[in-house]
Design a protein around this ligand. Structure first.
Ligand SMILES: [Zn+2]
Length: 339
């Protein structure tokens, strides 16, 4: 039985920016506009020209490369590889969005059975899809003494612990390479962080994550939403776990004697990540969420609260406007997590 969804109300309520982030789309706002590479899986044509634009206020988008356009619901459908004209399929996608971002709209349908996870439909090509495959190589020759990290206050111990280093060639040229491990501790890719913020642009995002590639007759895909940064280092369920958005916050907490910290690698948390968070914390333990002090951080906290508080006790450490966990001094951190 399908629960009734008012598409019009949902479309109005949904925050397009949040939906974009949910699908790992790098969002850079220009007023009410977002412009960037087309993230649609069926996008044909040039991948490296910023052909995609979304009007975040009006909740509509258009790609000049592949000609796709529509509203935020249709966007989500296309990202899920679902035909937006297929009413039943669109309904399902809308239901997932409502549950995640506007649960209050579905409040009158509390009694319905828990929705199953969205089924990922196979892409149109026949190639098998492999997600987060372990890498068969490691980046060599990273500069572990690069001033970028040291100047930001990270100690050599911290840099070595997380395997960070400046990369001078390849895809991560001129970036700090950050090894990413899945829940089992397998190296599944590297993120690269720009060292010179002045060079950040549409074509040069602050963070670069592994892209899709085709090899040996398979589609390889990377999804950061399927694991937690630093999650594999936490072996047994702990009493207290700190959850932050970014990599640097995890490093900072570690350096200040708080090693039980994980990052969601962005200001959104997937259901899988929430599941992993819960699994890392004892049933009577606590999850401390420490979002950045901004609007996105506030929404992030709401998402985490709705996903985790049914299972674990959650504390929200609210930072001041504009503040990030890396701004907190050792003394402040101590008081944050002892009450
Ligand atoms: Zn496109």
């Amino acid at each position: 039985m399908n629960a009734w969804i008012d598409f019009k109300v949902l479309r109005k309520k949904l925050d397009f920016e949040q939906v974009l982030r949910h699908y790992d789309v790098e969002v850079k706002r220009k007023g009410s506009q977002h412009q960037g590479f087309c993230p649609l899986p069926d996008h044909q044509g040039k991948k490296n020209s910023p052909s995609f634009s979304a009007n975040l206020e009006r909740g509509i988008f258009q790609c000049f490369g592949c000609g796709a356009k529509g509203n935020v619901l249709e966007f989500a459908a296309m990202m899920e590889k679902v035909d937006p004209k297929d009413g039943a399929a669109l309904h399902k996608v809308a239901g997932e969005l409502q549950k995640r971002f506007c649960p209050e709209l579905g409040a009158s349908q509390e009694a319905k059975p828990p929705a199953t996870k969205p089924e990922k439909t196979e892409p149109k090509s026949d190639l098998p899809v492999v997600v987060n495959a372990p890498l068969d190589f490691e980046l060599k020759g990273l500069d572990r003494k690069h001033p970028y990290l040291l100047n930001r206050g990270f100690s050599q111990e911290t840099i070595d612990h997380f395997g960070l280093g400046f990369c001078s060639r390849g895809l991560l040229k001129d970036r700090v390479a950050i090894p990413l491990h899945d829940h089992e501790g397998r190296l599944v890719g590297y993120a690269g962080r720009v060292v010179d913020d002045a060079t950040i642009s549409e074509n040069n995002p602050r963070y670069r994550f592994p892209g899709k590639r085709e090899r040996d007759g398979k589609h390889f895909e990377f999804r950061k939403t399927l694991f937690l940064y630093n999650g594999f280092r936490i072996k047994a369920p702990v009493d207290d776990l700190i959850v932050v958005e970014g990599f640097a916050s995890v490093w900072w907490l570690h350096q200040n004697g708080l090693p039980h910290a994980v990052g969601t690698m962005g200001s959104d948390c997937s259901e899988r990540q929430a599941e992993l968070i819960v699994s890392l914390v004892k049933p009577n333990g606590r999850v401390w969420i420490v979002p950045d002090g901004d609007k996105a951080g506030e929404r992030y906290a709401q998402t985490l609260l709705s996903l985790i508080s049914p299972h674990r006790f959650v504390r929200w450490v609210k930072l001041d406007e504009g503040e990030q966990p890396t701004d907190l001094l050792a003394e402040q951190l101590k008081t944050c997590f002892t009450t």
